[in-house]
Design a protein. Structure first.
Length: 251
């Protein structure tokens, strides 16, 4: 499930393969932008902002959001292209394919920041501001904790996996109000640490144990034993997002 760390890692790989190269193919498979052709333009930058990714090419910026199922595949050709491809970029022997992207648009490069102006502090950004993120979190004292952590206007980069894991390590239920968190600054700092330590991994780990099946505290572990107290992990799948928690460890 793509979250801020996945997007950061994806941007790093695209940067490695594309920056400094000139596009020899640009095939945009979104009707609104189907006539856009950036062939002959150089790729100058690839950057992430929360869960958003930008590839800056000549006068344009290719903006994508992976949503739930999207990905970028990049490497030496051949990288597979099928009906799920929304964009294909080539630079000599390198091919990058955007697959099942939730958002794909071509923006004016000097105005692409407007697409993410609503976001809170980026957990993996160079301008990360823990104080502002903590203040944003505390500004919603009655709102459920998991819901607030998922709000990208509060802080950018957390998805459902990290929201559930952060609720566990904070000792609070996903439905507990934000006011139940005694130290918002500590919580957002732990969020930053989690994403930072996982930014080069595809299979994230929050427990400190990278062995298969031991990487997460509660997410995806419904019915299994809590790693701390042995109680079975509970879950609720009735809403838009599935939540997981340990009844004794989280209040």
């Amino acid at each position: 499930m793509p979250e801020g760390d996945t997007v950061w890692h994806t941007a790093a790989l695209l940067r490695q393969h594309l920056v400094g190269r000139t596009l020899t193919r640009c095939d945009v498979r979104v009707p609104r932008y189907a006539t856009v052709d950036l062939t002959g333009e150089a790729v100058d930058e690839v950057l992430s902002r929360g869960k958003h990714l930008f590839i800056r090419v000549g006068p344009a910026s290719i903006h994508s959001h992976l949503k739930m199922d999207g990905s970028w595949r990049v490497g030496e050709r051949p990288v597979r292209v099928d009906h799920r491809a929304r964009i294909v970029l080539e630079a000599g022997g390198v091919r990058a394919v955007g697959v099942d992207l939730g958002v794909l648009e071509i923006l004016e490069r000097d105005r692409d920041a407007e697409a993410v102006a609503h976001l809170g502090p980026d957990l993996l950004g160079e301008d990360w501001d823990a104080g502002l993120a903590a203040a944003n979190l505390a500004a919603h004292p009655d709102r459920p904790l998991a819901e607030t952590l998922l709000d990208q206007r509060v802080l950018a980069g957390i998805g459902n996996v990290y929201a559930n894991e952060l609720c566990f390590v904070s000792g609070r239920l996903p439905t507990a109000p934000v006011s139940a968190v005694g130290d918002p600054h500590r919580l957002v700092s732990r969020a930053r640490d989690m994403l930072w330590l996982n930014r080069f991994r595809w299979n994230r780990c929050t427990t400190g144990d990278t062995r298969t099946g031991r990487q997460l505290w509660v997410y995806g572990r419904a019915g299994q034993r809590c790693r701390r107290c042995g109680t079975r992990i509970d879950y609720d799948g009735s809403g838009d997002r599935v939540t997981y928690w340990c009844p004794p460890c989280q209040r």
